[in-house]
Design a protein around this ligand. Structure first.
Ligand SMILES: [Zn+2]
Length: 66
């Protein structure tokens, strides 16, 4: 369990902020939490989708501009 020098108590790892900061004094006392894999997947899916839409748009333009 991460120890906070500032508050002089142990903090639950789940209670820490996403950068590992103490919920009481915001001192960094733990490891930053890793980005959850489903969030990364969502970002990748969004990029692929946007890329696909961009290609669709380029194809549409090339068919309508002469
Ligand atoms: Zn603290």
């Amino acid at each position: 369990m991460p120890w906070c020098d500032h508050c002089r108590k142990f903090e639950e790892p789940e209670a820490l902020g996403k950068n590992g900061e103490c919920p009481t004094c915001s001192e960094i006392i733990g490891e930053p939490r890793p980005v959850p894999w489903h969030f990364k997947l969502l970002v990748v899916a969004t990029i692929i989708y946007l890329g696909f839409r961009l290609i669709q748009g380029i194809v549409w333009l090339s068919q309508h501009i002469h």
